[in-house]
Structure formats: C-alpha cells, structure tokens
Design a protein around this ligand. Sequence first.
Ligand code: G3H
Length: 489
Amino acid sequence: VLHHNTYLIDGELRKWEGNSTEVFSTISSTEIYKPTLLGSIPDMDEEAALNALGGALKAYDQGRGAWPTMRIGERIECMEKFVKKMEAKRNEVVKLLMWEIGKSLPDSEKEFDRTVDYIYDTIEDYKQLDRDAAKFKKQDGVYAHIRRGPLGVVLCLGPYNYPLNETFALLIPAIIMGNTTIFKPAKHGVLLITPLLEAFRSSFPKGVVNIIFGRGRTVASPIMKTGKVDVLALIGNSKSANALQEQHPKSNRLRLVLGLEAKNPAIILPDADMDLTLDECIAGTLSFNGQRCTALKVVYVHEDIREEFNKRFAEKVDELKFGNPWEKGVKLTPLPESEKPAYIQELIDDALSKGAKILNKKGGQHSDNFIWPAVLYPVTKDMRVYQEEQFGPVIPILSFKDIEEPLDDMAASNYGQQVSLFGKDVYALAPLIDTLVNLVCRVNLNSSCQRGPDVYPFTGRKDSAQSTLSVHDALRSFSIRTFVASKDN
Ligand code: G3H
C-alpha cells in the first residue's frame, strides 16, 4: 500500500501534516473481482490550496517574474531537463497506471510514450514559434516584432482516464509559454504523479509548477474564488467546468481551455466492409472499457445490414478477454470508479424497461468493480443510454433506413466532437462528409474515433470543447500575441 504525503509548493517538496488523508481503493494485484486498497494521498485543505496559488502568483509576479521573462532557450532547457527525468520513471509510472486506473499494459506504455513524445513535439513547435518571432513585418512604415506572451496563472485539472497524457497536454504547453501553474490531479490516477514530483521540482524555478492533492470543492474552488486565476485548463465534465468558472468573480477575464463530454456516433452504411467495421467498432466502443471522451458511444447501423452486424458484434464483445491489466491479450479490465458498474446497470435496466434487449450472452454480468459490456438493441431516444454520456461499457445500437435519421440526431445533440463513417462508395461518402464536418470537428472514415496523433487538432463543437488542443494549437491557447512596434527594424 502506497501512503503518499508529499506535495509541491513554491519549489519545495512539503510533507502534509494535516489529519485527513483521502483513501483510494483500487484494483488488487491478486484478485481482480475484489477492489483492495492501493494507497492514500493527502486530502488537502483550503489553506494549502491558497499557498499553492501564492507560489504561482509570486513566480509570475504580474508578468515580471523570472519565468515569464526568461529567454525562450532557457525555458526549453528546463523542459528538456524535465522530460529526461520523466523518461527515467517510465516503469514506475506505467505500473501505477495499471494498478490505479486498470489500464492494460500496452495502453499504459502507449500513454506514457505518447506523453513523452508530446513534450518533445511541444519543444520543437515552441522553437518554431521563436523562429517566427524573430521575423519582422513591415506595414505603412511600421516594423512589428511579433511574439507570444504568457497569460498568467493557470489552474490545471486533468481527467482520470488519461491522467498523464491529457493532463500533460494542458500542463506542458501552459508551462513552456511562461505561465505559472497549479496542478491538481484527478481522484483516480493520482498516485502515478508522485514519482514525477521531484522531476518537476528540480527542473523548473520555484513556483512555476505547484502540485496539490484533494477534492475539487476543497482545493480548486477556493483558488477560483480569489479571482486570481487567469486560465482554467480542464479536461473532464462541463458540470465541474461551469461550477468553477462561475466561482471566479471576474469570469469574463478568465480564459478557458476545456475538453469536455462527447457522444460520438458510428454510422454504418449498407456497403461498409463488415469485418473492418466490426473491428473498428469494437475498438471504438470498448478500448479502455469505453472510458474515453473519444469513444464511440452510439452506433447507427443501416437496416439492410443490421441483422448481420448486430449478431457478429454481440459475439465479438463476448469473445473479448477480461483480466488484470498486465495479463497478455486482456481487453476488458476492472473499472477504477467504484460506482460505475451500478451506474451502467441503471442504464441497462432503463433501456430494458423501455423495450431494448441485451444482444450478447454475457452482457451486464458484474462483480464489485467490473461489468461485462452490454450490447443494447433497439435503442430509442427516450432511453438514458441514448441521452447520457455513458463513459463505460454499454453500447446502444439504433438502426436507420434514411441517412437523414442519424444526421438529424447529430444536429440535435448537445455534443459535436467526432463521428466514424463506414462505407465504400466515394460518391455517397463525399457529400455526407461535407455535412458531417459541420456537425462535428473530425470525421473518421472507416475507422474508430480517436484523439491522436496528438499533432492533429483535438476539439469539438457545442458542449464538447472550448479551445483546440493539438501540440501546435495548445501553445496558442496558453498565450497571447504581443508585439514590439518601431519605425526602424
Ligand atoms: O478521453 C479522451 C481522450 O482524449 C481520448 O484519447 O482517443 O487517444 O483514446 P484517445
């Protein structure tokens, strides 16, 4: 059991002396059906949170601090130092990703490596920004030396499903652009940050990165209420984002960098390649048990191929291997949120009571921390599984005769992140794509939805996002364009 009580404020690793410790029960290494205690982390209070804010404010010093005024090359050196130290922690962090959030070994390794790549790509992109800044523009006799400046203090809150990749995709660009930061990891996927505390401490000047632990309402809210945060960077749900935004007394001054919910559909046309579509839909709906904002969360299959698709899809779901994340070939793993199996069960019960059936034999079987994915058909719009972002292992299927049916639903949806479109006829696909790109931000042709590669824009329409988070765009999201004008270059 890992009892961790160190946190990082103002360049110091401090020991938490408070009484309360947040206790995390999580998967056991020996018995997958019985969650056992993995470790604990300080349940910090308002005073600690405000100290962290104080560290960030001091280091920023209204833009006059050493970090925001530092030369770009020096900030790059700090980031390079950090990423090298982080790479040395790969085994430890990957192990904790498996233990803490139940992510399979290949996916945990991928998350770590992808995050490291993200940091190197950010450094390269930042160098390009610097090269661009060196160029002068001339207009009407005025020369402009355009650069990008930081925004101030950033409060950074990441999600449990990608505690490393998604969180660092906010934190790293925020830091490198010269902002100072307070970072609170999600409730699950928090212990895995602890091996990196020393790397943060020793790579950046004091106060640039402050890392605290605890609940949103006890540590994030007091920070927001001071009105001294310039950017709220959050990947998670809109309820938390809205609540925090409202607590800021000058919310019109607050910049938001948000990645939020989605209900990405798969649309399967009659001429789709059935084998490929089945494989992509399994990966899209059930990678990491469906706990991805980019997961396929509703499937629309054309009536002509519905019977074959439903039958084979249900069989494939039951063939997936369930087990501990480190076992070979495992695709389904225990769920880190203890309340998730009961929630998924509620969605299933609601759908069954309104006329849906479970198509797969194992669907809905569950234990303390796992529920076998249920494939539900026919799903209707009055069902909760259609309306809510399930973020877990349950797959609603609807059939359609006319393509306007799924398009109408997408137009009416509160979300607009991505879609997967399966079909072969390019003449039918082309006009459809022209419409779909106006409903969502990414159309995946004959492939499941996903965020990566991380150099591509990651965003959404409506309630799915505010801001864009590719490597390139994130640097811009955490900065502002400034310039020096002169009559002489
Ligand atoms: O939860 C949202 C993540 O950004 C999903 O990323 O598509 O690479 O799994 P992914």
